[in-house]
Design a protein around this ligand. Sequence first.
Ligand code: ADE
Ligand code: ZN
Length: 370
Amino acid sequence: MLKGTEWFASDRPDDHMRPKTVNDMRRFIEGMPKAELHVHVEGTLEPALKLELARRNGIELPYRSVEEMRAAYDFDDLPSFLRVYYEGMSVLLTEQDFRDLTAAYLTRAHSQNVTYAEMFFDPQAHTARGVAFETVIRGIRRAQEEARASLGIRTRLIMCFLRDLSAQSAMATLEESRPYRDWIVGVGLDSDESGNPPIKFKAVFATARAQGFRLTMHCDVDQEDSTRHIWQTLDDIGVDRIDHGVNSLEDEALCAEIVRRGLALTVCPISNRCVAGSLKALEVRRMLEMGMRATVNSDDPAYFPGYMNENLVATWEAAELSREQIVQLAVNAFEASWAAPEEKLALRSELDDYVASQGAGRQGEPLVRG
Ligand code: ADE
Ligand code: ZN
């Protein structure tokens, strides 16, 4: 299983030996305007920034270097990852910390031609440590505004509830978010799924819906009762999107219903490899072939080593996707985004212009692998 110490596929020393068509396709993916719909902002906390913030805030970490920290990223399932993820957040204390964290992610995303990003944040993971909701959201918001002005990247914020806490705590967090209603486009559900089904949060999500929030929920990969949980997100919650949701492929009727509703799934291949042992790249391909609106995303890229481009390249290589399918993944993400209609049009036309400029607009063009 891949550990945090192993790095991007694109850093391979034999890169120059690879067939030209392979490098062409990689360049195509890297240059393509992309939307990211599944990234936890706290999961973008790179080791170097974690060390810097620890120093700034006088916090003692059990690691002295980036290498030591990466070596300790030795998770192989969701609970073991979550322990490292929550521990890492201890360095985030001030509004400036949240600004710096978000700014670093948006700079990196922009460098990969991500033109639109919807970021999750976990307010309860901070308020439980005594960091005010206001501190968290004001810092993130400042970075969003700065990145829009300086880089042109468009962003939205999705507030996640921690499913291993109570529904009452989620409801209190929803209430706490009220003054910032206009800064949050939707609500989600993350953390440990085991024993915490979607239905536990039915009333919270109904209230959020009534307040005008978009709804999504994590249905993590290879969890117990996974298809039952995905059915609950449809029948009991009425989600607008599903995060992960790869196990839906085990249930034909569930897939048909997801297609009928036109729901997008935010698949995170490198994350899957780290916590479930496989990219699930063939599953992404199957979803596309079945008309499911699959998208590819990075989840927690500072921990699961790969941002958008690395996730797309890994998926393309493992599933031998065609160029048309790569473009379909990008189209799905823009179309399933919660951007305003006029923004969506602008974002889509940037993608369409890019595809046309690359001579990749012909339908059904297979990728000739060298
Ligand atoms: N919180 C951060 N990353 C997560 C993931 N991949 N699954 C569930 N909760 C998370
Ligand atoms: Zn996630």
